[in-house]
Design a protein around this ligand. Structure first.
Ligand code: AMP
Ligand code: GLY
Length: 416
């Protein structure tokens, strides 16, 4: 029996804790920092996810055997390296492996080196050269800052004027700070977007059901890009033929490419894919679970998550049969009124009786004994069902039982 610690405090981490709480291998579950919902199933400790020393002290104090590092920032800053150096079993990629996500230039060069299909792209360190390139480019075009930019570093530009402005914003005015010291200027891919996440032990890879998120703030894919307003799994646009092609041309070459580059990736690889008329292409890698895809996908997991995580750390993932329910996973984000721009926190929340759904907390806290909002995405209401229509009925039939001032959600999640 193990004491397990999850790092992070959003809806995705609640879904991880939920899956772990079903394990019969766990003695006690902990979460840093967690949130009000996670606190119902795990002991939460208020520490920064960047306070590696503080987290390590807590690990020793609570006799923690296994750590699941979920968010991108502590991974990119080397939390797994730090813990492993101190003999702690930590699940997640090292900082070097997490560069698949934390540097878009690195991941693009990696894909080119290993023949993995992706959008054509040029990398620039200097605004003048980038602008010169834009003079002769085809539009629309995609401009990406190299480093992590809270999911906002990608700008799709309809014409030359927008593209020039994007270069000024990213490289000259430093809209995303040092993340924009280098940019990628990339071919605009057309097709359906699909997410495939996979467990990886450095040698073997085991893919999860495909999924799809809805990134724009409002119905009909209108409004600003957000961290995601809902998701479902599996995606009807990821056929068996796509899956075979993906395994042969993307997933396996990614694992063998990492290995041959001397990078051992143990953790979750997130493949952001475009189903183009020229086949499956990689838009991006993330080196972690997606949010909100995880809240739709993980409830479908049948296998004990502790067994999978242990096998990834030990390099024995091929010995575990990872099984998933053959059903639809579905999740809708309940957000604060102004999300993603102006988020007011601290509104009191009431929750009626919910039935047959799973409520994941994202931005919630307890203040003066009351449950209050504490972020842009406040909840994810998830379910599993036989088909999409039943899933939509189940979630949308109960979502209004969750009430706080100015709360809102998209009504068209799963309508594709
Ligand atoms: P990324 O952070 O690379 O995932 O980009 C964020 C979003 O921008 C993606 O989910 C796509 O919707 C879009 N995007 C990124 N790169 C491209 C591309 N080359 N062509 C079309 N859309 C893209
Ligand atoms: N849902 C997209 C992401 O987690 O990056």
């Amino acid at each position: 029996m193990k004491n397990v610690l999850v790092i992070g405090g959003g809806g995705r981490e609640h879904a991880v804790c939920y899956a772990l709480s079903k394990s019969n291998k766990i003695n006690k579950l902990f979460c840093v920092p967690g949130n009000a919902g996670i606190a119902q199933i795990a002991t939460c400790k208020s520490l920064s996810v960047f306070d590696f020393d503080g987290v390590y002290e807590y690990i020793k104090e609570q006799n923690i055997d296994l750590v699941f590092v979920t968010p991108d920032d502590p991974l990119a800053k080397g939390m797994v390296d730090y813990l492993a150096q101190r003999g702690v079993r930590a699940f997640g990629p090292t900082a070097a492996a997490a560069r698949l996500e934390s540097s878009k230039a690195f991941s693009k060069e990696f894909m080119i080196r290993h023949g993995i299909p992706t959008a054509k792209s040029e990398i620039f360190d200097c605004a003048t050269n980038a602008k010169e390139y834009l003079l002769g480019a085809e539009y629309p075009i995609v401009i990406k800052s190299d480093g992590l930019a809270l999911g906002k570093g990608v700008i799709i530009c309809a014409d030359k004027a927008e593209a020039m402005q994007a270069i000024d914003d990213i490289m000259v005015n430093k809209a995303f700070g040092d993340a924009g010291n280098r940019v990628l200027i990339e071919e605009f891919l057309v097709g359906r977007e699909v997410t495939v996440m996979a467990f990886c032990d450095g040698t073997h890879i085991s893919i999860m059901p495909s999924s799809q998120d809805h990134k724009r703030a409002f119905d009909g894919d209108k409004g600003l890009n957000t961290g995601g307003m809902g998701a479902f799994a599996p995606s009807p646009y990821f056929t068996k033929a796509h899956c075979d092609e993906f395994m042969q041309r993307v997933a396996l070459p990614t694992v063998s490419g990492l290995k041959s580059d001397g990078i051992e990736f143990k953790g979750v690889i997130y493949f952001g894919l475009m189903m183009t008329d020229k086949g499956v292409k990689v838009i991006e890698y993330n080196s972690r679970l997606g949010d909100p895809e995880t809240e739709a996908v993980l409830p479908l997991l049948k296998t004990d998550l502790v067994d999978i995580v242990e096998a990834c750390i030990d390099g024995t993932l091929d010995k575990v049969e990872v099984e998933w329910q053959d059903k639809v996973g579905f999740t809708v984000v309940i957000a604060s009124g102004g999300y993603p721009s102006n988020v007011v926190k601290g509104y009191e929340i009431t929750i009626g009786n919910l039935d047959g759904v799973i409520l994941f907390h994202a931005g919630t806290a307890i203040k003066d004994g009351k449950l209050v909002t504490n972020g842009g995405r406040v909840f994810q209401l998830s379910c599993i069902a036989d088909d999409m229509e039943s899933a939509r009925k189940l979630v949308y039939g109960q979502i209004d039982k969750i009430k706080f001032k100015d709360c809102r959600y998209r009504t068209d999640i799963g309508r594709v």
